[in-house]
Design a protein around this ligand. Structure first.
Ligand SMILES: C[S@@+](CC[C@H](N)C(=O)[O-])C[C@H]1O[C@@H](n2cnc3c(N)ncnc32)[C@H](O)[C@@H]1O
Length: 278
């Protein structure tokens, strides 16, 4: 199935006349799953910030390193990916299942095009699924039959929120808090977030203005606000740097300025004192 086979009318809430964050991002990544308003918005972003394509690719490299860390080093085998976006190269399930094929992945996005593509591509992957939901609706995400089928919330799991909270005006601390209530010790959270203090005020203003015409506004947050999303968790080293400085592995090419901070936190394992009853 190609993008053109997906009749807009076949997907509820689908718009071709207004740009969406998922498709603008796809256009910046050089993908084909976008329409004229998305390409126009991507073009305007590139005019204001010539590094834009490098930045979105840097975010994808960050995501790949994060998933490799979670599965390869932290032993995570269950992942819920909020604001997963359209399928690109090196998707979360591919990176994770290359390292540990039994890893279960639930993609969550509120753009229905993500579900349409996911269904087409994941039909023969029993460990991966897509849920269409607003990430703010914790219950819709965690209680979806697809999530319940793949994710055992009594075992450690990882929540990814990569390049998505800057499309959500609500305080991400409260959103994460609602998910954290369902996370056993050993669970992880990974976030990357656009920040106005990682770019210039003019560029920040212009980019924000471009998203005012899209289906979701852009909300930039300062480093301290992004740090606060990890409240109650321990940040794994090196903390919350610009994304290309989070456990870098060298080439491919990275931008000098990346606009996004990124990091991984974890809920510490419970300590058993000598007198604990087990
Ligand atoms: C910039 S893309 C990031 C994709 C992927 N996480 C990555 O980093 O490569 C942001 C995605 O978040 C989704 N999104 C925005 N607001 C959302 C919400 N409230 N609930 C669920 N998904 C949302 C958009 O539809 C889009 O696909």
């Amino acid at each position: 199935m190609t993008f053109d086979d997906l009749a807009p009318s076949a997907v509820a809430g689908f718009t071709t006349t207004q740009a969406t964050p998922a498709r603008i991002y796809d256009a910046l990544l050089g993908g084909k799953d976008n329409y004229a308003p998305d390409r126009e918005a991507a073009g305007r972003i590139k005019e204001r910030e010539p590094n834009a394509e490098l930045v979105v690719h840097a975010n994808r490299y960050f995501l790949r390193r994060v998933v490799s860390y979670l599965v390869g080093e932290a032993g995570i085998r269950q992942i819920i990916d909020l604001g997963s976006g359209l399928p690109e190269q090196d998707n979360v399930h591919q990176v994770a299942q290359d390292l540990a094929p039994e890893t279960r992945v639930v993609y969550v996005d509120n753009d229905p095009i993500v579900l349409a593509h996911g269904r087409a591509r994941l039909a023969d992957n029993p460990n991966t699924t897509v849920v269409t939901a607003d990430l703010r609706d914790t219950s819709a995400v965690l209680h979806a039959p697809e999530t319940r089928h793949l994710i055992d919330l009594t075992q450690p799991w990882a929540l990814l929120a990569i390049a998505v909270f800057h499309f959500v005006p609500d305080d991400p601390r409260n959103i994460v808090g609602a998910y954290r209530a369902h996370m056993p010790p050993g669970s992880h959270l990974a976030v990357s977030h656009l920040s106005h203090d990682a770019t210039t005020p003019e560029v920040a203003r212009e980019i924000t203005r471009i998203y005012q015409d899209a289906t979701a506004p852009m909300v930039l947050r300062a480093h301290a606000e992004v740090t606060a999303i990890f409240e109650g968790m321990a940040l794994v080293p090196p903390g919350l740097p610009l994304i290309m400085n989070w456990r870098p592995t060298g080439p491919p090419r990275e931008p000098e300025r990346a606009w996004l901070y990124g990091g991984v936190g974890h809920l510490p394992e419970r300590r058993h004192d000598a007198g604990d009853v087990r």
